[in-house]
Every structure is written in C-alpha cells, then in structure tokens.
Design a protein around this ligand. Structure first.
Ligand code: COA
Length: 335
C-alpha cells in the first residue's frame, strides 16, 4: 500500500486594495525610494483599510482556495490560521474565520511569525499522514502594518499585509515530501513587540513609549536569515533525497531581495528559479509563501511533477523548509 501523504489541491490569496508606495513613505519618514529599493527591493506594499482585519484577508484567501480545490466547506476537518497579528488576543482568528466560512471543524491559530506557513504545513500534513484528518485548510494571514511604527524608518518600509491559503488533502501522490523546522528562542529579542501581552500589559506608558510596535535589529535578522535558509533548505532536500538542481522553484519567505540573492548564491540556485514578488508586496509575514505559491500557480509557472522548496524564517527566531511536489494541473491545461 502507498504511504498516505498530504497533497495541495487548492490555493487562494488575498491582498488588500490599498497601496502604500515608497513615494508615500517619503512623506511619512526620512527615507527615499532609492534607499528602500537598493536595500530591500521593495517598491510598494498593500495595506489594510480602516475596519479591515487579518480575518477579513484570511476569509477571502480561504474562499478562493476552497473554490479552487472544488470542495465543500463541510469537507474540511481542520482549520489552521498561521498569524502573529490576530484580530484580537481572544478568541483566536481561526474561530472568526471558521464562523465566516460556515465551517464546523476544529480551528486554531499558530504563531511562528514569518515561518507560520511552514509550521502550519507541518501540522496539516502530520494530521493527514496520521489519519486524523482527510482535508485541512491552512491559511497564513498577517497585517503587520497594524503593528509597525510609521515613525520608525528602519521597520516601516519593510512590511505589507496579505493572506494566502492552501487546501491539503490525503493522497497517494507524494505531495508534501519532507519538512524540517527549527527554533532558537535565544534570538527572541531580534524581532519583537514588547507590550500588549502578559509581560507588559497595555498602559498609557506603553502607548506613549511606542512599545506596541515592532522592534527589530535588522542587521542581526539579516545575518540569521542568510545562515538559516540555506541550512534548512539543504536539510529538507536531504530528507527527500533530492538534489538542489532538481528544484523547479525555490520559494523563500519574501523579506528582502538582498537576502534572496544571497541565499540563491549560497545554494547555487539560478536567480531566475528563486521566486520573488516582494517588489509589490513587501514582507507579508506568514502570508508570503502561500501568496508566492498562488502567484506561481495562477500565472501558469507550475506544472505537475515540479518540485518546490518552501523556506521560511522569522521572529522567535524560527525557521523551516518543506519540499513539496506540485500535483495540480497548470490552469488552462486541465485534462
Ligand atoms: N531610509 C533611509 N535610511 C535608513 C532607513 C530608511 N528606511 N532605515 C535605516 N536607515 C539608515 C540607518 O539609520 C543607518 O544610518 P546611519 O548609518 O546613519 O546610522 C543606515 O541607513 C544603514 O542602516 P543599516 O541598518 O546598517 O542598513 P542595512 O543595509 O543593514 O539595511 C535593513 C537595513 C533593515 C534593510 C536590513 O538590515 C534587512 O533587511 N534586515 C532584515 C530585516 C527583515 O527581513 N526582517 C523581517 C524578517 S522576517
């Protein structure tokens, strides 16, 4: 009997309408389009409108993924929402999404920051492989512009909002071939939001001293990323017994073009096989990898049998890499 595997059978994404360009940021902080472009590769990012929250983006991405998979909401056994910007601390964003979609399955949030989608893929595929679920809906959704200090030029130029979803189903096809995860909590201060949790509850002082916004040591994060991504990618490739030259696409978390270029060189992957859309999305945290997959799929750049390496890294610090065999037909080329 073939081993039971988890296959991606549907994808969907959502970017908010509103654009925030580098020219807009020039009016808000002491920065320039030229600085942002050369240091990050980002030209513009999407941001949520007033009244829009993480769950709104997640719901739209999930609806597209459900429709793409050709399943009914009642077929879904588990909903996992990867986010570090939940609508509120309680209840989970997953429960809000579950209610919007009319699902009855268990639902929970997972916070592995920008590595959230890879951690979620681990949970989803493990549940399927163990026979505890047949169909899992996984969505990475974040609105980091809600927690970015638009007075801090070191961070506010980097982030954008979005959501990307995948439906995973039990299959005899290979699908998710291997996943390696990692975390090193000693790096917890590299990227954090100090206030608003149990350690430092909200108070007039925390608001006044801007402690509800992201604080980041950019240089440390950069060095961590260019070390962690190649290492995680090599470990996932080894676990699948695949050579890097067999990859159709390396799909890294979209943080910074200089990081992507460095890891491409370190892994000896031609730059044209390293997916990049950060010029127009910025860093969308847990949404970036599923947004990338949806972009590749809908633009006809994926074919059955293609091998993808999905690689994430983020606050915690956390990292993870997955080797996925694409099994869906290219749009317009269905049998
Ligand atoms: N516009 C203009 N100048 C800026 C700026 C901005 N938006 N942000 C920082 N600067 C300035 C700094 O103040 C510094 O000035 P100084 O030398 O007078 O002090 C100078 O530019 C260089 O800063 P530095 O931090 O050394 O720049 P860098 O080349 O390391 O680039 C990042 C900064 C943030 C782009 C880079 O470190 C990075 O991408 N890190 C990873 C961040 C990331 O991906 N985080 C999310 C992970 S999930």
């Amino acid at each position: 009997m073939m081993a039971r595997s988890a296959e991606i059978v549907g994808v969907g994404s959502c970017l908010p309408e509103k654009r925030l360009t580098n020219a807009d940021l020039e009016k808000m902080v002491n920065t320039s389009d030229e600085w942002i472009l050369t240091r990050t590769g980002i030209s513009e990012r999407r941001i949520v409108a007033q009244g829009e929250a993480t769950s709104d983006l997640a719901v739209r991405a999930c609806e597209s993924a459900i429709s793409d998979a050709g399943i009914e909401p009642g077929d879904i056994d588990l909903l996992v929402v990867a986010t570090s910007t939940p609508d509120m601390l309680l209840p989970s964003t997953a429960c809000l999404v579950q209610a919007h979609l009319g699902l009855t399955c268990p639902a929970f949030d997972m916070n592995a920051a920008c590595t959230g989608f890879i951690y979620g893929l681990h949970t989803a595929s493990s549940a399927i492989e163990a026979g505890r679920a047949d169909v899992v809906l996984l969505v990475g959704a974040d609105t980091l512009t809600r927690v970015v200090d638009f007075k801090d030029r070191r961070t506010c130029v980097l982030f954008g909002d979005g959501a990307g979803a995948a439906v995973l189903r039990a299959s005899e096809n290979p699908g998710v071939r291997s996943i390696v995860l990692g975390a090193d909590g000693k790096g917890n201060s590299m990227l954090k939001i100090p206030a608003g949790g149990s350690a430092m509850p909200a108070s007039p002082e925390t608001v006044q001293t801007r402690l509800h916004f992201i604080q980041m040591n950019g240089n440390e994060v950069f060095k961590f990323a260019v070390r962690a991504i190649p290492r995680a990618t090599r470990a996932a490739l080894a676990a699948s017994e695949i050579d890097v030259s067999e990859l159709a696409w390396l799909v890294p978390h979209q943080a910074n073009q200089r990081i992507l270029d460095t890891i491409a060189d370190r892994l000896h992957v031609p730059h044209e096989r390293v997916f990049s859309n950060l010029a127009t999305t910025g860093n969308t945290s847990a949404a970036s990898i599923p947004l990338a997959i949806d972009d590749l799929y809908t633009s006809g750049r994926l074919a059955p049998g293609n091998l993808l390496a999905l690689v994430g890294f983020g606050a915690g610090v956390t990292w993870g890499a997955a080797i996925v065999e694409w099994t869906k037909a290219t749009p317009g080329k269905e049998a």
